[in-house]
Design a protein around this ligand. Structure first.
Ligand SMILES: Cc1cc2nc3c(=O)[nH]c(=O)nc-3n(C[C@H](O)[C@H](O)[C@H](O)COP(=O)(O)OP(=O)(O)OC[C@H]3O[C@@H](n4cnc5c(N)ncnc54)[C@H](O)[C@@H]3O)c2cc1C
Length: 399
């Protein structure tokens, strides 16, 4: 957004509580690598220039990439400055920080979609001697006590952590709810290449049937690794990880799991195959079948005949629980009345209900790719266009 505003000669400042790329520096586990290939992190006027376009950045490389971008575009970043309140102020906004106040006619809220781990209420019922982590405070398996681990959630974070922790010698059980399975490589190309080429990532918020539902869809079950492995539940099962259903409750030291495991897995397989059908149809329509390996399908997700519905945590040797149950944004500092009853900002493709206020970086904000690094550019171009029109008083253009 800073680059797009600068291109329009709009005076602005970027306020950051830490340093550039703060979330990648401070809120991720040690071994994490992007699940999007290097070529795919495209920012306005800035792409991948190295010799490994299909590789996956680790955290140090991701931080370096964003730092370099901020430096190349000379972004006016005020680092180590925390916004403590944003209030409406006579047609503009008063932005209070721990280093003084700013007045501005417009504000772009780009504080991220993943500020607070979303931990279900049932967490309160866990026995006190069980150690718990979220993907935000987990760093590596060395933090965990020896013994079994229950990972709750089987999207990208949950499956990646289950894989790493099980390999550390701690037996893992993973509680599986809604998830979206995907092969890392399909017909010889990375799944993200297909999402990009077939236009799935560019699907717009105003063209899908149920945008609220689309915004709640979990992340693809993917990981970035040198061997381009498909990190799905079948791989975890083959390693010895035990699958159970969605964690429904905890009482008297016993975890209760929903009986929906088989259905959730079947639904996930179905959705994956539908996505692959979309790619196949796109390839055929564009006469590209000859350029790619033939279509194939992964075997269905294997589920044991009667997965346990109750697990006595102590008897099963579970010593720690990882809550890989998603994230929420934090708007505790936002004093403009634009939140819905779930605490999320009411907006139309990033144009917030309060004139002059804009939102970035949310799931399916304007496009399916909006919450990816690669999605920021197109959204920033659209929203800076709207913002510029708003500043010009050109209401007809600012719609
Ligand atoms: C575990 C995990 C893995 C991911 N993997 C990928 C991936 O492989 N590829 C990909 O494209 N995307 C990935 N994402 C999504 C990724 O978060 C986004 O692509 C990208 O970080 C969004 O950038 P952002 O600037 O919108 O938000 P963020 O990166 O969260 O940045 C928000 C910034 O706002 C600052 N901030 C927040 N509150 C305040 C305040 N009150 N005052 C001042 N500053 C504040 C924060 O310090 C932070 O630097 C992943 C997300 C998670 C959680």
């Amino acid at each position: 957004m800073s680059k797009c505003l600068a291109d329009r000669s709009i005076d602005h400042v970027v306020i950051e509580r830490g340093e550039v790329a703060n979330s990648w520096r401070t809120e991720r586990w040690d071994s994490l690598r992007l699940l999007t290939p290097n070529w795919q992190s495209r920012l306005p006027g800035f792409g991948y220039e190295g010799n490994d376009p299909d590789g996956f950045r680790n955290m140090a490389e991701t931080v370096a990439f964003l730092e370099r971008y901020a430096s190349v575009i000379a972004a006016p970043v005020e680092s180590h400055t925390t916004v403590t309140a944003v209030r409406e102020n006579g047609g503009g906004f008063l932005v209070s920080t721990d280093r003084g106040d700013w007045h501005s006619r417009t504000v772009v809220l780009a504080t991220g979609a993943c500020n607070i781990p979303s931990v279900p209420k049932v967490a309160e019922k866990l026995p006190a001697d069980i150690v718990t982590f979220t993907p935000r405070d987990y760093r590596n398996p060395g933090q965990l006590p020896d013994g079994g681990v229950l990972v709750v959630g089987a999207s990208a974070s949950g499956t990646q952590l289950a894989y790493e922790i099980h390999r550390s010698g701690r037996p893992v059980t993973i509680a599986v709810s809604e998830h979206i399975r995907a092969p890392r490589v399909y017909r010889g190309r990375d799944i993200q290449w297909w999402m990009d080429a077939a236009g799935v990532h560019d699907e717009r918020f105003d063209a899908v049937d149920d945008i609220d539902r689309a915004r709640r869809v979990p992340s693809l079950q993917l990981a970035g690794s040198d061997d381009r492995m498909t990190l799905d539940l079948n791989l975890l099962t083959a390693m010895g990880v035990r699958l159970v259903g969605r964690l429904a409750g905890v009482s008297d030291g016993k975890a209760q799991f929903s009986g929906s495991l088989r259905n959730k897995c079947a639904l996930s397989d179905l959705k994956m195959n539908r996505l692959l059908n979309t790619f196949d149809e796109w390839a055929t329509q564009n006469g590209l079948d000859g350029e790619h390996e033939p279509p194939r399908r992964l075997p269905p997700t294997e589920v044991e005949a009667s997965p346990p519905l109750i697990l006595d945590l102590k008897a099963a040797g579970i010593r720690s629980v990882i809550w890989a149950t998603g994230f929420l944004p934090d708007y505790s500092w936002l004093e403009v009345p634009v939140l819905d009853r779930k605490g999320l900002i009411r907006h139309d493709g990033g144009v917030v209900a309060q004139p002059g206020l804009y939102l970035m970086g949310m799931q399916f904000l304007r496009r399916r790719k909006s919450a990816l690094i690669d999605g920021a550019g197109d959204d920033a171009r659209d929203l800076s266009d709207h913002l510029a029109a708003y500043l010009d008083g050109d209401i007809a253009r600012a719609v």
